[in-house]
Design a protein around this ligand. Structure first.
Ligand SMILES: [Zn+2]
Length: 364
C-alpha cells in the first residue's frame, strides 16, 4: 500500500506520511489486515456425520440401546450431551458470530447429495469437483479422472504450491489425484485409534508454520468408522472431538496475522447415515449402491439406507454470511463453487457446468 514513488506532490517521506494518515483515518483501516486478495480457505470434512446428531444431539433411543451404547456410558452421554448444541458447541456458535450452520431438516433446511451412491468416494468427488460422476461407483483406490477445485487452484497464480490435504482415509490421494494434481495429500494412518488425532496434529502444524499455505483441507474419518462399528458413544465422542479440533483450528487462524481476517472456514460431510430407527444409523448407501458393491448383502428395505443422502454445512469468515435461502434444497456439488467464491476466484472459470455457489457465499 505504501510505496516509495516520487511524484510532483512531494518527497517520498511526505508521501509516506500522507498515505499513513489516509490509512489511519479510513474506516477501512479496521479491515486493513484483510485485503481483498490473499484470501484463504480451511475446509474440514467429517465423514458420514448425520445432520440428526449435529442438530438434535444424541438420539435417546440409540443411547439407551446397549447394543450401540455401552451401558456404563449411557449416563455420561446424557449428562454431557443431552442436547444438540452440546455435542458440537463450536459449530452451533457460528450463526451468532455471523456464520452459517445449515442442514437442520427439523427447521426446514435441505441439503443433499446428487450422486446416487451415498457413500464416500462419490460424495467427496461431488463436493470437490462440483458435480456427481455416475462412473464412480466404488471406494476403490482409483485415480480420479475428474479435476477437483483443489487441483485447479494448485495451478492458479497465487495458489500454486499453497494447497494441502491432511486426511485420515487412505483413499484421499486417489480422490485428489495426488500424482496429477500435485496437491500433497497426507493420508498416513498410524493404525491405532482414534486414527484422526494424527491427522489433526499434522494439520495444525501446517497451519502454524509460515509456509504461505492458502488452502488447507482436513478430512476426518473417525465418525464413519465408529458408525459402521455400531459404537454410538464413540461416534458422538468423535463428533465432539472434531468440534474441539475445528474450534482450535479457527482460534489458531484468528491468532495468526497471515490467516486472520482473510480465512473462510467450511465444515461439511460426504454423506449422512440411515435415518430409520434401529440399526439403520450404522450404515449408509443407496439400494443401488449396495446391490452393486455387496450383492450378497440383504437389506430388509428396498429403499436402502434412506436418509444417507442428507447432509449439512457450516461456515464462517469473510467469504461466508447468513443469507435468505428460500425453499431450495441445496446440493453437495455447490461446495466447490462456494469454496472458490470465498477465495475470490471465478468458479465458472473452474467449471461453468459445476453447481453454483450456495447463497451464503457471495464473494467479496
Ligand atoms: Zn462409511
Amino acid at each position: 500500500m505504501i510505496e516509495l514513488v516520487k511524484d510532483q506532490r512531494g518527497s517520498p517521506v511526505r508521501r509516506i506520511i500522507l498515505a499513513l494518515t489516509i490509512v489511519l483515518l479510513s474506516p477501512a483501516f479496521a479491515r486493513a489486515e484483510a485485503p481483498a486478495d490473499g484470501q484463504r480457505l480451511i475446509l474440514v470434512t467429517m465423514d458420514g456425520t448425520r445432520w440428526q446428531e449435529v442438530f438434535r444431539g444424541p438420539d435417546k433411543a440409540l443411547v439407551a440401546e446397549p447394543k450401540f451404547t455401552d451401558p456404563d456410558r449411557q449416563q455420561t452421554i446424557e449428562q454431557a450431551w443431552g442436547s444438540g448444541p452440546a455435542v458440537m458447541p463450536f459449530l452451533h456458535s457460528l450463526p451468532a458470530q455471523g456464520g452459517v450452520l445449515y442442514g437442520n431438516r427439523d427447521a426446514g433446511d435441505c441439503m443433499r447429495l446428487t450422486n446416487p451412491m451415498w457413500f464416500s468416494y462419490p460424495g467427496y468427488n461431488e463436493m470437490l469437483t462440483g458435480r456427481p460422476d455416475p462412473a464412480i461407483t466404488t471406494n476403490d483406490k482409483i485415480w480420479n479422472r475428474n479435476v477437483t477445485f483443489l487441483e485447479w487452484l494448485n495451478h492458479r497464480p497465487g495458489f500454486a504450491g499453497k494447497v494441502r490435504v491432511y486426511a485420515t482415509w487412505d483413499v484421499f490421494p486417489y480422490i485428489i489425484n495426488e500424482q496429477r494434481s500435485g496437491v500433497p495429500v497426507n493420508a498416513e494412518s498410524p493404525g491405532a485409534r482414534p486414527t484422526e488425532t494424527r491427522t489433526m496434529r499434522l494439520a495444525q502444524q501446517a497451519l502454524r508454520s509460515a509456509n504461505g499455505l492458502r488452502v488447507l483441507y482436513v478430512a476426518l474419518g473417525d465418525t464413519d468408522t465408529f458408525g459402521h462399528e455400531g459404537n454410538y458413544a464413540q461416534y458422538l465422542a468423535s463428533m465432539n472431538r472434531d468440534d474441539d479440533f475445528i474450534a482450535e483450528l479457527w482460534r489458531m487462524a484468528q491468532a495468526d496475522p497471515a490467516w486472520r481476517g482473510r480465512t473462510t472456514l467450511i465444515v461439511t460431510t460426504d454423506h449422512g447415515r440411515g435415518a430409520k430407527p434401529g440399526a439403520y444409523w450404522k450404515e449408509h448407501g443407496s439400494a443401488a449402491a449396495w446391490k452393486l458393491n455387496s450383492p450378497d448383502y440383504t437389506i430388509a428395505d428396498p429403499e436402502g439406507f434412506k436418509g444417507s443422502d442428507e447432509i449439512w454445512l457450516a461456515a464462517i469468515g469473510p467469504g461466508a454470511h447468513a443469507a435468505p435461502v428460500g425453499s431450495a434444497c441445496f446440493t453437495q456439488g455447490q461446495v466447490a463453487a462456494s469454496a472458490l467464491t470465498a477465495l475470490g476466484e471465478d468458479w465458472k472459470a473452474f467449471d461453468a457446468g459445476a453447481a453454483a455457489p450456495l447463497p451464503f457465499f457471495t464473494g467479496r
